[in-house]
Design a protein around this ligand. Structure first.
Ligand code: ZN
Length: 137
């Protein structure tokens, strides 16, 4: 794990919570995009040393929708920046970690991502986030 890349935060509506981040906390909005594979709308906020990833469900089939209905708004996951995500997944599996995704999948910003199963990580949903294949990064 190279560093914490971002913290994912589940929200009902990005539009509604954005003024809290940009006006109340005085942080900058970096970008907003839709990740169809995850059925989420994502807003990245510049948190200085790490980013905050606000996650709004696009429909009820989204994992974020079920998270919100069970737990409400709040911290959803912590993402580690990695290089060579396929090898990192393999290493973790060899160490007995159960993965939600055994293969990387497309995430926000063109990154390749994979999630560890929280039961293998003491209750925390961790994401591996590999941006090394993105041009210009
Ligand atoms: Zn994330």
């Amino acid at each position: 794990m190279k560093k914490v890349d971002h913290i994912g935060i589940a929200v009902q509506s990005i539009e509604k919570v954005l003024p809290f981040y940009t006006e109340t906390l005085g942080l900058s909005l970096l970008e907003i995009e839709e990740v169809q594979s995850e059925k989420v709308k994502v807003a990245f906020i510049d948190g200085g040393n790490i980013k905050l990833e606000l996650l709004e469900p696009l429909d009820e089939s989204s994992a974020i929708a079920s998270f919100l209905s069970k737990k409400g708004e709040g911290i959803h996951h912590v993402a580690f920046g990695v290089a060579g995500i396929q090898e990192r997944i393999q290493e973790l599996q060899e160490k007995g970690v159960r993965m939600i995704h055994e293969q990387p999948k497309p995430g926000a910003g063109g990154a390749e991502v994979a999630f560890l199963h929280p039961k293998s990580a003491h209750g925390v949903l961790y994401e591996l986030c590999d941006k090394t294949n993105i041009k210009g990064e």
